[in-house]
Every structure is written in structure tokens, then in C-alpha cells.
Design a protein around this ligand. Structure first.
Ligand SMILES: *Cc1c(COP(=O)(O)O)cnc(C)c1O
Length: 388
């Protein structure tokens, strides 16, 4: 659907990095505007936090409605790069319930680009492919989907397929397509995460807090915070709660990004610049039963948090990371620098609508549900039980 007079380049806005990032390599020239910036920070009475600790929450879940969560800010740089390079479509990968795939598809459409998604799915039959949660939204946006097996490895299976599809689109349609790294965690996308750090600085976080805790997946967001903290004098301690991958994956990805930004050189011996484990407290054991599987205990915790604080966590990322943040504060307080902790809510609300919560909701709220006839002994409003 080419619109007359439409030029995607009109969306490009010149980008100037924060002073502390101005010496990094390959600084993007442009960004596009997709996210709501300056999201609020407020106190969060997270159940189970030991006395003496104060937890606050940074509402990155409010960076938008359909385009919400931490992926949007990465896409502001990635899609600007795609537009600048004259691409008409974008190709990325993820799980079938991926927030990144949802944000990529919707953001691409806003800018007039065609999204292609290679997604890990429990079925290879298109008729049985999921239509709930994030999938509902990216399917609605007309994303082209390519179903991959659940076990397909990111580096040896998914990302090579992303590049193959980019080449195929060029060959078959003579169309330039743009390959987007898993979770948008490329050296371009990470500038959105550095920008998130700058936003925290402008909100006074370095002076008011001792620690930051965040869910770590493809690692870009955690890397961005850690690099920002490192480059501005390391006042805070950054805790990355590994929700989807292990320590090894996180270290490799954070160090790769550091190299690509020119912050680290592993060709030197010993390598120069920061190592992931020096700038991030990487917390394992958060993934639980699996990225797309939740334990009863985790799901009940999510309900408890909604009841006691009105904050909605998701089952794949934030529910698990908040659960383990509390656990670490209880069992391992020594790993925190101080007692004032900022938790980054990275979004993901649509993942709740994939059916995973249904049983626990029915179980925990059954006693909340009544027939309205119980409100009064008398038959109310002239309605007989038969007609009501
Ligand atoms: C992707 C995602 C994360 C992890 O961010 P990365 O930059 O991939 O590490 C955390 N929370 C939610 C809700 C996400 O969608």
C-alpha cells in the first residue's frame, strides 16, 4: 500500500547522543519517534520485600499502549536505520508470544514497512498457529509469519534464517529488507537503551537509588543500563535477572555489544574495557520451568502483586524477575549495594492473554464471585429469580 506523496524518511529525526556516549563507535544519525518518554517512577510496595528496603518502579510498561515496553526505544533507532537504508520491509525472529515481534510489526506498519517474523511455535501447521496474546496483535498487523520449531537455536537456526529471508526478498522481489537481531539487541538498537539510561539520569536516579534491577532476555536493555552506568561513574549496581537465557549467553551478548560500541577490545590480552560480569550482577535461576512455562507459585505471585499494588506483571518476564528480586532480597541481601532499589518494569502485558493465567485466576478468585441475589433477602428491583 504505497501512499501518494508518502516518504518514510519524513519520520527521521536527527540524533545527538548524551555527552558521556559521544565517543562510542557507529553512533546513529537518526531516530524515529515511537515511544512515550519520561515514564513515571513511583514507590512500589512489592509483597515480601524485607523491612529496611525500599523498592520503586520505573514504568517502562507505560511507554505506549500497543507499542509498550522496553522494545520500543530500541526500535526507534533500528527502524530509523532501516528507513535510512531505503528498506521496505523488516525481518526479525522470536518466540510465538514475543513482545519484540509485536512491537516490531506494529511499529513497522506505522512507518509504512512490511514486517516478516520467524517465530518459534509449538505447531508448524498455519491453521493451528496461535492467535492470542502478542500473536493476535502482530497477526492483525498483517505480519508475514514463518513457523520454526520450538527448539530452534537463536544463533545457529533463527538468525541465519533471518538473513536468508532478507536475501530472498532481494532476489525474488528486488526489495531491500532489514534484518533485526533477536530482541532488537543490536549495536544500533542498544542506543535506545543508552537513551533509557540518560532518561533515568535526568530523573535523578543516580542520586536517589543504590541499585537497579531489570529482566534480562536478549540482554540489550541490561547492557545499555550497565554501559551508561559505567560511562558515567558507576554509582549504581545493576542486577540483571536472566529470564530467558543463562549467564553464558548474557556475558557473550553484553561483551559483543561492548565490542561493537568500541567500549571493549578482546583482541588485546587481557581484553581492554569492561567485562559483563564486572558491570552487571547477573542473576541466574530466574527462568524457572522455561520461558513460556510458569509455575503455580509464580502465577499466584503475579495475582498477589495485582491485588496488593495494582501493578500488572507478565508471566514470561516481569512476573519471574520480580518474584526473584524479592527472593534475592530475602536470601541474599549482600549482593545489593544498598537499600533503595529501582525495578524497571519492562512491559509485556499482552503475554497475559495467552491463556496461561486462566486456571490460577479461577482458583484464586472463585470466592470473590457471587450471585447478585445474595445482596438482599428481598427480591430486588421487582425481578423474580426466574426472570433475572
Ligand atoms: C524483551 C523483554 C525483556 C528483556 O529485554 P532484553 O533487552 O531483550 O534483555 C524484558 N521484559 C520484557 C517484557 C520483554 O519483552
Amino acid at each position: 500500500m504505497e501512499k501518494a506523496g508518502y516518504d518514510a524518511r519524513d519520520h527521521l529525526v536527527p540524533y545527538v547522543p548524551p555527552e558521556w556516549a559521544s565517543h562510542l563507535k557507529d553512533i546513529p544519525q537518526y531516530r524515529v519517534q515511537l515511544a512515550n518518554h519520561d515514564t513515571p517512577i513511583h514507590r512500589w510496595y512489592l509483597p515480601g520485600v524485607p523491612d529496611g528496603y525500599e523498592v520503586y518502579i520505573k514504568r517502562e510498561d507505560m511507554s505506549g499502549a500497543d507499542l509498550s515496553g522496553n522494545k520500543v526505544k530500541k526500535l526507534e533507532f533500528i527502524l530509523a536505520d532501516a528507513i535510512q537504508k531505503g528498506c521496505k520491509s523488516v525481518v526479525t525472529c522470536g518466540s510465538i508470544l514475543s513482545n519484540h515481534c509485536r512491537c516490531t510489526a506494529l511499529a513497522a506498519r506505522r512507518l509504512g514497512l512490511q514486517p516478516h517474523l520467524i517465530v518459534r511455535s509449538p505447531t508448524s501447521n498455519p491453521d493451528e498457529a496461535s492467535c492470542s496474546g502478542n500473536a493476535l496483535l502482530y497477526r492483525m498487523a498483517g505480519a508475514k509469519m514463518y513457523l520454526a520449531p520450538l527448539k530452534a537455536d537463536v544463533f545457529t537456526e533463527l538468525l541465519p534464517r533471518v538473513n536468508q529471508l532478507v536475501e530472498k526478498l532481494k532476489k525474488d522481489k528486488n526489495e531491500d529488507a532489514y534484518a533485526i537481531h533477536m530482541g532488537g539487541s543490536s549495536s544500533v538498537g542498544v542506543f535506545g537503551c543508552l537513551d533509557s539510561y540518560e532518561e533515568l539520569m535526568e530523573q535523578g536516579v543516580a542520586d536517589q537509588f543504590t541499585d537497579i534491577a531489570i529482566s534480562t532476555g536478549s540482554s540489550g536493555n541490561t547492557a545499555g543500563l550497565a554501559f551508561g552506568n559505567y560511562l558515567t561513574g558507576s554509582k549504581l549496581k545493576i542486577h540483571g535477572l536472566c529470564v530467558t537465557n543463562d549467564l553464558q549467553y548474557t556475558v557473550r551478548e553484553v561483551n559483543r555489544l561492548a565490542e561493537e560500541l568500541g567500549l571493549r577490545d578482546s583482541n588485546q590480552s587481557p581484553p581492554s574495557g569492561p567485562n559483563a560480569e564486572e558491570i552487571i550482577d547477573i542473576i541466574e535461576g530466574v527462568r524457572g520451568l522455561g520461558h513460556t512455562i510458569s509455575s503455580q507459585e509464580e502465577l499466584e505471585f503475579i495475582c498477589q502483586v495485582a491485588i496488593s499494588t495494582g501493578i500488572v506483571l507478565d508471566a514470561s518476564y516481569t512476573g519471574k524477575s520480580a518474584f526473584h528480586l524479592v527472593k534475592q532480597l530475602q536470601e541474599n541481601p549482600g549482593r545489593f549495594k544498598g537499600r533503595k532499589i529501582l525495578y524497571i518494569h519492562t512491559g509485556g502485558i499482552f503475554g497475559l492473554f495467552d491463556g496461561r493465567m486462566d486456571d490460577v485466576i479461577k482458583k484464586t478468585t472463585a470466592s470473590n464471585i457471587h450471585n447478585w441475589m445474595q445482596l438482599s433477602d428481598e427480591v430486588p428491583f421487582n425481578l423474580t429469580p426466574e426472570t433475572s
